[in-house]
Design a binder for this molecule. Structure first.
Ligand SMILES: N[C@@H](CCC(=O)N[C@@H](CS)C(=O)NCC(=O)O)C(=O)O
Length: 214
């Protein structure tokens, strides 16, 4: 089986990178340089008209959307136990990933780029403020879910990688995150895993290559 992951540094494509690594899958990474608009190239748009990463290619077949990609990885490599075995718990895991993707991610995107959702002059700070307030509410929910736990379930699963990305992205903005003690501990715990360490080293090397090519 040939697996390729379209990825860009900093983005949510780091979650499937970690998950594929946890699964011990053999995969090729195809980094896109967003600064150079490679995600909007005609070639990439043919693969993903949504011009987003992550995108997974499996034996020539294309799969978009993090939740589907994470679920595919977990189902394809069951020995890695990347989703809980119990069917109800498995759905809870998919629910958590959908929340990361559809609930949390959009507020991170608004903080990152307010004009993408509102181009009325002078509204940038207000878009950021409202998105931050929403994000704080969501992180409080996650913090409560993670209280007294190492991971969302009784061992590391795909939602841990997905939420790790959400929290990491938030740390890259100036936000008051230290109050989320359990999210912070979870972030450090996932970050210490060899899969996340591999990802961070890979991200650094891609960023260095992009800088050289700038
Ligand atoms: N719902 C998608 C969102 C993916 C997404 O927004 N990816 C961002 C990076 S974090 C992206 O590729 N943005 C480029 C663009 O929108 O042009 C998923 O969960 O996979």
């Amino acid at each position: 089986m040939e697996i390729a992951l379209y990825y860009a540094p900093i983005t949510c494509a780091l979650a499937p990178y970690i998950t594929l690594t946890e699964a011990n899958a053999k995969f090729e990474v195809r980094p896109l340089n967003f600064r150079k608009g490679q995600h909007n190239s005609a070639e990439y748009l043919k693969l993903n008209p949504k011009h987003k990463v992550p995108l997974l290619i499996v034996d020539g077949k294309v799969l978009s959307e993090s939740v589907a990609i994470q679920t595919w990885i977990a189902r394809t490599f069951p020995q890695a136990k990347l989703l809980p075995a119990d069917p109800w718990q498995e759905l809870q895991a998919i629910s958590l990933m959908s929340w990361c993707s559809g609930g949390i991610h959009p507020f991170l995107a608004r903080i990152n780029s307010p004009p993408r959702v509102c181009d009325v002059p002078g509204t940038e700070e207000s878009v950021k403020r409202l998105a931050t307030a929403n994000l704080m509410e969501l992180f409080k929910i996650a913090d409560d879910l993670l209280a007294g736990r190492e991971y969302f379930f009784d061992h590391f699963t795909a939602p841990d990688a997905h939420f790790f990305w959400c929290f990491r992205r938030a740390t890259q903005f100036e936000l008051p995150l230290s109050k989320f003690r359990h999210c912070t501990a979870h972030f450090e715990r996932v970050k210490a895993r060899p899969s996340a360490q591999k990802l961070l080293a890979f991200e650094k090397s891609v960023q260095e290559d992009f800088a050289k090519a700038a």
